[in-house]
Structure formats: structure tokens, C-alpha cells
Design a protein around this ligand. Structure first.
Ligand code: 13P
Length: 247
């Protein structure tokens, strides 16, 4: 398992359903990683083995994994298959999977456990929708997601949490640095309650939602924000490099 303790921040590119072979070649020629930070590229699965360069701080991540371990489940990829292909990280419970593929907290919990058992670090995504935020349900939603999505065997060394307010994803509306800090602090408190102070204080909680090079520094300088999960801006290698190198 990747040793997260040696990094001050963690930055993840989530390419979603984007990219092709020529995009990849150009991307890895331009990408500039930073040895203080752990950088992870979550490409579509078919390109996972195309990661270029020998940088020891640059890793591959999958965007999803099956909740099944093996068997007659057409189209699925298991955690052990990801491990067999040297994949070190995997997004789980992204809001797009919860919204478009009916993924539940229970699914996320099982997938995360399967990944941890294979020494792959799940990046467990949580966040509230605009409607939930407007009804003042943010804390309740985050508490429920933490309670049911995060498996009991998770800790600061084998799992990562990504706070992605759904209203900020792909909308151009970023949480303000103060809003992000407040929610990350709340999430950390919930981890203290569910696990322990030593796990929660060392847990990496990263922020995602319309982060751009211009907004990166102020968000990632917040004390409880340990890095970012970047969608749109990660498709441009120069912009993603600027974000990684913003702190
Ligand atoms: P955007 O950065 O495009 O808002 O996407 C965030 C995201 O969903 C990353 O997983």
C-alpha cells in the first residue's frame, strides 16, 4: 500500500469519461508533479496501464470497482484485478455514480472494504446536493455517508476521504475556502467519533468541486484541507500541474 504519511498533500485527477491515446501522450509530456505531493491520475480503466513516466510520486487510480470479487458479473472489474495491474488507488462513491448508477452507501462500504483487503486505497467520496444544502441537511447527509459508506477497517493509512459538494461539481461554483474548511473540520470530528482522535487527526480529507488554478492556493492552504480531487481542470495538464504546485 502506498505510504501516505510521506506526503504533505494529495492531488487526484478524475478524467471521468474523457481521454484517448493521443490525449494521454500529450498529457504525460506536459504534466509536472511535485515530490512533496502524491499525484494520482484516475483515467478510464482501459487507459490505466498507459501511465507514463517513472516518477515515484505519480500513481494510477481507477474510477470505480465492482462490489463483487469474481463470478458471472459481465462488465465488472474486481479489486484483485486492479491490484494485479498495480493500481494503488480507486475512487468510490463519486456523486456521479451515486446519481446515475444508483450506488448506495452500502455498495460504497463493500467496495471500499474489498479494496482495502487488496491493499488499494479507496478514495471515499461524500457530499451534499444543492437541495440538501438549501434544506440545511449538509451535516446530516455527511454524517450518514460517513456512518454507512466508510468501512470499520478504514483508517488514515488505508483510506482517503474526498469532500465533494455536489452543487460544486462541474458547475463553476466552488466552495469558498472558509466553507471547505468548515466542512472538512466537521468531517474530521465525525471520524473522531466513529474511529479515534489519532485516526481522524492524521486522515487525509481532500476537496473537490470546480477547483481551478486560480482558486487552488486559497482552498488548499486551509488547515483541514489536505489536497484536491479535480475534474474539469485536470483534463488540461498545464492547469492540473499548476494546481498540484499551488502549495
Ligand atoms: P469538477 O472539478 O469538474 O467540478 O469535478 C470535480 C469532480 O467531480 C472530481 O471528482
Amino acid at each position: 500500500m502506498v505510504n501516505l504519511d510521506k506526503y504533505s498533500s494529495i492531488f487526484i485527477a478524475n478524467w471521468k469519461l474523457n481521454g484517448n491515446s493521443s490525449f494521454l501522450k500529450d498529457y504525460y509530456e506536459k504534466l509536472k508533479v511535485n515530490s512533496n505531493n502524491c499525484t494520482i491520475i484516475c483515467s478510464p480503466s482501459i487507459y490505466l496501464k498507459s501511465l507514463k513516466g517513472n516518477n515515484e510520486n505519480l500513481f494510477c487510480g481507477a474510477q470505480d470497482v465492482s462490489s463483487y470479487k469474481e463470478g458471472a458479473y459481465t462488465g465488472e472489474l474486481s479489486a484483485s484485478m486492479l491490484k494485479d495491474n498495480n493500481i494503488d488507488f480507486c475512487l468510490v462513491g463519486h456523486s456521479e455514480r451515486r446519481q446515475y448508477f444508483a450506488e448506495t452507501n452500502d455498495n460504497v462500504n463493500i467496495k471500499s472494504s474489498n479494496l482495502i483487503e487488496e491493499n488499494i486505497i479507496p478514495v471515499i467520496c461524500i457530499g451534499e446536493t444543492l437541495e440538501q444544502k438549501e434544506k440545511n441537511l449538509t451535516e446530516e447527509i455527511l454524517s450518514t455517508q460517513i456512518k454507512y459508506s466508510v468501512p470499520n477497517l478504514a483508517n488514515h493509512q488505508n483510506a482517503l476521504i474526498a469532500y465533494e459538494p455536489v452543487w460544486a461539481i462541474g458547475t463553476g461554483l466552488t466552495a469558498s475556502p472558509e466553507q471547505a474548511q468548515e466542512m472538512h473540520k466537521f468531517i474530521r470530528q465525525k471520524f473522531t467519533e466513529k474511529f479515534s482522535e489519532s485516526i481522524s487527526s492524521n486522515l487525509s480529507i481532500i476537496y473537490g468541486g470546480s477547483v481551478k488554478p486560480s482558486s487552488a492556493k486559497n482552498i488548499f492552504n486551509q488547515p483541514d484541507v489536505d489536497g484536491g480531487l479535480i475534474g474539469g481542470a485536470s483534463l488540461n495538464a498545464n492547469d492540473f500541474s499548476d494546481i498540484i504546485n499551488s502549495i
